[in-house]
Design a protein around this ligand. Structure first.
Ligand code: AMP
Length: 233
């Protein structure tokens, strides 16, 4: 089962991806996480992408596509050779992947199609998380994240038990640089200009499933789970 989570920043893609990963044993591929990690360790890729991320701008397609080509090929290798020792756990590779934050442009979507064809894979569903803009702004400005565990909190809607610290790992929560008000505007503009056209792209392919992203995360996950179970996946 290969899934894609699609929607504006703040629609809850990361949270739903984590729920899908743990419920259906899928492998999570988040370009945002990979770029942040690269930026943090100041790898060659990190040096190229940091300023885009911090300004809320999209990373150029060629860099994103190269990164994804590598990740999907690695995933495929593991799937075909579960005995080999690499980062992707055998269990996760066996059941498919969840793409989160990729593709974000039409060029990326077309590149993904070619790549999946090359690998003999396909997408089963594209979940489009819908949330109105006012709520997105509220969610993004109050969002706090735990880098190691990947957990996402909100100072008002989903606070941790101990303010400022992750319930799962105990690590200190961070306020992402690109979740500050001035950068959020740029990110939303990039979404509406570059990413929103993908709704039509995946609708034409018969893959798009709209999900109401406004309720609490648990309720959104129930909607997604129901769709997956009713489609027999
Ligand atoms: P996210 O965590 O998905 O919101 O991504 C954080 C940032 O990483 C974005 O604002 C972009 O700067 C960059 N990024 C992540 N995924 C992509 C992508 N598919 N295409 C271009 N830039 C991306």
């Amino acid at each position: 089962m290969n899934l894609l989570l699609f929607g504006a920043p703040g629609t809850g893609k990361g949270t739903q991806a984590l729920a899908l990963v743990s419920h259906f044993q899928l492998h999570h591929i988040s370009t945002g996480d990979l770029f942040r990690q690269a930026s943090h360790t100041q790898s060659a890729l990190g040096l190229k992408v940091t300023s885009y991320i911090n300004k809320g701008r999209l990373v150029p397609d060629s860099l994103v596509i190269d990164l994804m080509r590598g990740r999907l090929k690695e995933f495929q290798k593991k799937k075909e050779d579960p005995g080999s020792a690499d980062q992707i756990k055998k269990k996760e590779a066996g059941k498919g992947f969840v793409l989160d934050g990729f593709p974000r442009t039409l060029a990326q979507a077309r590149a993904l199609d070619l790549l999946l064809e090359e690998l003999g894979q396909s997408l089963n569903h594209v979940f489009y998380l819908k949330v109105d803009e006012a709520l997105l702004l509220e969610r993004l400005t109050g969002r706090r994240v735990a880098q190691k565990s990947g957990r996402v909190y909100h100072i008002q809607f989903n606070p941790p038990e101990k303010a400022g610290y992750c319930d799962e790992s105990g690590e200190k929560l961070i306020h992402r640089k690109d979740d500050r008000a001035e950068t959020i505007k740029t990110r939303l503009q990039a979404y509406f200009r570059e990413t929103a056209p993908l709704v039509g792209y995946y609708k034409n392919k018969g893959l798009l499933v709209s999900v109401d992203g406004r309720p609490e995360a648990k309720e959104v996950f129930l909607q997604i789970k129901k769709i997956l179970l009713s489609s027999g996946l």
